[in-house]
Design a protein around this ligand. Sequence first.
Ligand code: SF4
Ligand code: SF4
Ligand code: SF4
Length: 470
Amino acid sequence: MLSKRNFFPFNLLNAYPNLRRFLRSDWFPDRLNYGFTFTFFAIVVAMLFLAPQTRDQNIALNFFWAWWWPLILISFPFVGRLWCSICPFMIYGEVVQKLSLWLFPRQLKHWNRDVSERWGGWFLFGLFVLIYLWEELWDLQNTAYLSAYLLLLITAGAMICSLIFERRYWCRYLCPIGGMNGLFAKLSMTELRAQQGTCSAECTTYQCYKGGVKKGEGLETNGCPLYSHPAQLQDNRDCVLCMTCLKACPHRSVEFNLRPPAIELWTTHVPRTYEVALLLLLLGGAFLHRLPEITSVFGLPTITAAFFPHLAVSLLILIVSAAIPLVTYGIMRSLYFLTIVWRKNCEDNQLPFSITACKPRPFIQLAYGYLPLVLGANLAHYLRLFLQEAGRVLPVTWATFGLDGSTLPIFIAHPAVISFLQGTTLIFSVLLTWVLTQKIARQPWRSLMPQHLSAVILAIALWIVIVAPT
Ligand code: SF4
Ligand code: SF4
Ligand code: SF4
């Protein structure tokens, strides 16, 4: 891995002073969150419990699955973890933290960084597995009160951690949605960073990190809620774009940069095993969401009525999808060793060929090359919901309140348009996967051919179960 990023970032805050003014103002994110998101979330959860339980009759359920999921997936390549700056789960965590400190003043627990780094990721991975199975086995996408429980479960995690630990421990280490956001945020074309030169030469207070009172241009804050230092940030996963550091910095050191998408993955990135496991899980999730299509492709009977067969098949889908990149890697390594053997023979027997030139990089590095495909696969799945159901806002809202809105206008895309967009998304994802894999590995195409082919095979399989049935 390269350790130096030799590109010239384009600081959007200098180019657009109004953006800087907005991000430093009380509006972002506090007024937005406490004025709107806090109440909006409560209304959504109440509607999930009280209104009709299916997506075609409950606007909150429609909003969660047909709006929120596709839009957050689309947002990752542009603004990374921005969702986490306006996330209601954590707003409730923050409210509870402030309230409890006001009622019972005390020192909240410090973080054990070593233990959290080692186990936090696996905890959120486990939660994500359970959420996938829950979603699939109990049809959360079409059962409003269970979707409400899912939202409340994540909110409860944020609230409990905020009562025990200082700052946003849940967001840094344990939140399953945060884990996914952090993973996809690596692909973003924007980043928040600080100028290392300014920080080391001019700063003695580090109030972006520690918090503190107003100093010069720097406003009073509690410091970075994730305990990240913007000058040392090397991975978008460690920043929730709350802009606390931007407000706190008295030296105008904090930048919000336009950058080559995913640059950290081939420069400063430190791969982590749990992240790779999560990546493979998210790949499997895209297939799992298409279980009916998969059973129909294989001519199997519908299994969703029987719990244990349904569970077994769901687990099988997750495992098989994750196994494809792993098996591919095994093939790459085998080819490499075969090459060594054949090269030796070549010296002895004048065999004129070799299969692969370079020793494959560790799987934990190369696996990140699949990230665009994983994002594209999930987006392709949710595009159908988005383009077929999001535009039914009016009749679904009417139905939510028990009214007949069947004559109200709807805005839905033609199935051919949906297929086209899904297909384009998958093709584009494969191309980006090839490019990213090349950038990460920095090895000849021939050496990485098995991984490139496995991306194609996965995309074809996704096409069969996602695009073809639309
Ligand atoms: S990490 Fe989870 S709880 Fe925290 S802001 Fe992001 S989505 Fe919300
Ligand atoms: S970002 Fe600002 S407050 Fe933080 S260390 Fe750099 S100069 Fe200091
Ligand atoms: S680095 Fe800055 S924007 Fe990112 S989480 Fe910390 S305070 Fe918020």
